[in-house]
Design a protein around this ligand. Sequence first.
Ligand code: FAD
Length: 416
Amino acid sequence: MRYSIFSVLGQALRGQQGWTPAWRDAAPKPAYDVIIVGGGGHGLATAHYLAKEHGIANVAVLEKGWIGGGNVGRNTTIIRSNYLLPGNTPFYEWSMKLWEGLEQDLNYNAMVSQRGVLNLYHSDAQRDAYARRGNAMRLNGVDAELLDREQVRALAPLLAFDNARFPIQGGLLQRRGGTVRHDAVAWGYARAADSRGVDIIQNCEVTGIAIEDGAVVGVETSRGRIRASKVGLACAGNSSRVAALAGLKLPIESHVLQAFVSEGLKPLVDGVITFGAGHFYVSQSDKGGLVFGGDIDGYNSYAQRGNLPVVEDVVEGGLAILPALGRLRLLRQWGGLMDMSMDGSPIIDRTPVRNLYLNAGWCYGGFKATPASGWCFAHTIAHDAPHALNAAYRLDRFATGHLIDEKGVGAQPNLH
Ligand SMILES: Cc1cc2nc3c(=O)[nH]c(=O)nc-3n(C[C@H](O)[C@H](O)[C@H](O)COP(=O)(O)OP(=O)(O)OC[C@H]3O[C@@H](n4cnc5c(N)ncnc54)[C@H](O)[C@@H]3O)c2cc1C
């Protein structure tokens, strides 16, 4: 069923009785060309692009829970492509371009909203670092504007410009950045992949990876063994656990990241604003709630729930730039599992096990990467070789030393 203004009007006249499920509730077949483990944004996007770009539709996405129950439905919805390093910039910009055409591609309203992402700076040194990043972006064809204090004030007058410790001097703005309705991304990709013949199989946990003569031949699941010529792992916070089923030890730690939503307000924050002297980012949802977050919890965990010290830390960061936050009631809070890599950058690559592919290490930033990640992972699986856009996201870079340390903090996952 194609969604359009006409289908909405037609359904209104028929009492909304004619809507069909957005995707089939598929049962596993005995064998597939490709199995994708993990029905998050990245797994579903991979399935969509495998079918659409490479004509490989005999694909199953196996999800242990339900579509959208992982990080794809738990993040703070921010998209941007404001990266500095050569390995990252073209990849994230390609993602931004895919976001810009996503709703037409999927025939699904994902509420892509390019309201701008503004990184505040609080010192001369930080301004220089932002100018450098902005210049690198522009050299790569990515939009960036360095704003002074008055230009920031015109965009966000409620900010605390004269905070005694962290006065706001200006900001780096990417106008094409913004937000996207996160769970609609999962549903949109699921529906589009299903319409091309992909089986989306929920409540199907992968419990083993079958390997013969050094090559993957299928997976063991809670619903039985399923054979496959190729298997792609896109398990985000569970990457290490699932890769261990194939005997792989990943350079990844799993940490909890929390998100917060306030009660609904009249418009207060236009785009996305980030604090430059600590970790805090905020935007306002279409329903009016302020959506914000900060640092990871700081201890390793596979549980999707956070703890109170980070709540205090995030609110402190928020109050430093937006004192009005102190008057609000918090409506909801939750946690998700971050696959923190040792250099803060992702892995989209083959693995030492033949026909087993890995998509992992997204840290905080995997939502914005969803379209490009799926697109590149599909290419890597289809061609058994990476695309130029993900050539730097190699698994062996941790052995060869070709790291992509965007923040320059070293092997400290808690700081990426
Ligand atoms: C609070 C929070 C805020 C964030 N904010 C942002 C943001 O603003 N911008 C941004 O770019 N990124 C953000 N992120 C990061 C982003 O959400 C993730 O990097 C990204 O969603 C990970 O990819 P995914 O969507 O495929 O993951 P997921 O949705 O987690 O998908 C992985 C799936 O694998 C499944 N799985 C695991 N093990 C198995 C198994 N054995 N068998 C079958 N299935 C399995 C899981 O159930 C899960 O559904 C945030 C994350 C969190 C938690």
